[in-house]
Design a protein around this ligand. Structure first.
Ligand SMILES: [Cu+2]
Length: 311
């Protein structure tokens, strides 16, 4: 009987602990993911480690407190002949302990958290700057000093599905509402500074795999930085309730090795520099030529220009 009950408890505790133990999360959040993701930047790993430190401290405190409660409830109960101590009022020693221990724990957690936060806001020695501007309801990206800029908005297919009224789960769109027409291409292993603002209302630029979110506020320029360690596609969303289409201004970052980024940038510059004016309205849907430089996402400026002129 006793063993059976212990097994039940053990199974329950194991079930609660399992999601916590599932550390190695992928870069992008997954449906039903319970723990925070590790991300792909030093900052996201810092945040993850601070979170895990606090989590494990909470787990230990939880076990001690609930364990003490369980012992008190099961061992010292009326049916076992326990008699309440009617003279007990307080214990100075205990009160000192349960004041000092939490203070010490908080101070211990504050030291690593503060040094991580200071690093997070240090944008010095960045190698390039991207200006991010939030609009209702899209993002504009400018590679400062490079003469490359474009807008990035919800992909047409997601937009069609959401406006068609069909159940999106039946529409077979893998990254429904998390796909854009023009992705933000960034180099890996490069400290990139972001200056972030907005044109109309407050938005917030958030890609979980990068480890931070930053408000985009009209009239104010906020700063952030990133250094992406591994190539890949990382998705995010506007994280500030910014109007009726707040849920439809996703962010897609494509991190590529430095050399590939330079090729992409050169191709973008070449597109922007000569004779950009007459080509824009009709060029977007057809776009035959520029496929060789960066096969997947080479459509950036054409579509961007079309979007810019349309909206
Ligand atoms: Cu927004």
């Amino acid at each position: 009987m006793k063993v059976g009950r212990f097994k039940q408890w053990a199974a329950g505790i194991a079930a609660m602990a399992l999601p916590v133990l599932a550390f190695a999360q992928a870069a992008d959040p997954k449906p039903w993911q319970l723990n925070m993701g590790r991300g792909v930047t030093a900052q996201s790993v810092n945040a993850y480690e601070a979170h895990m430190l606090a989590l494990w401290i909470c787990v230990v405190i939880g076990i001690l407190v609930f364990g003490a409660m369980a012992v008190a409830m099961f061992k010292f109960r009326h049916s076992k002949g326990a008699v309440p101590d009617k003279d007990f009022t307080h214990s100075t020693k205990l009160e000192v302990i349960w004041t000092v221990v939490p203070v010490v724990l908080l101070v211990l957690m504050a030291f690593p958290a503060t040094s991580k936060l200071i690093k997070m806001y240090d944008t010095r020695e960045s190698k390039m700057t991207v200006k991010v501007t939030g609009f209702q309801w899209m993002w504009k990206y400018e590679y400062l000093g490079e003469n490359v800029s474009f807008t990035s908005r919800l992909d047409r297919k997601s937009d069609e599905i959401r406006q068609s009224g069909v159940d999106a789960r039946t529409a077979n769109r893998p990254h429904y509402l998390l796909e854009v027409d023009n992705v933000l291409v960034l180099p890996t292993d490069t400290k990139i500074r972001f200056v972030i603002t907005a044109d109309d209302v407050i938005h917030a630029w958030w890609v979980p795999a990068l480890g931070w979110k930053q408000d985009a506020i009209p009239g104010i320029v906020n700063e952030a930085w990133t250094e992406i360690k591994q190539p890949g596609i990382y998705r995010g969303q506007c994280a500030e309730l910014c109007g009726k289409d707040h849920g439809f201004m996703p962010i897609v970052v494509k991190a590529v090795p430095k050399a590939e980024f330079q090729q992409w940038l050169a191709a973008e510059k070449a597109k922007n520099a000569p004779a950009a004016a007459p080509a824009t309205p009709a060029a977007a849907p057809a776009e035959p030529a520029p496929a060789e430089a960066a096969p997947t996402e080479a459509t950036n400026t054409d579509a961007a220009a079309a979007v810019a002129t349309a909206g």
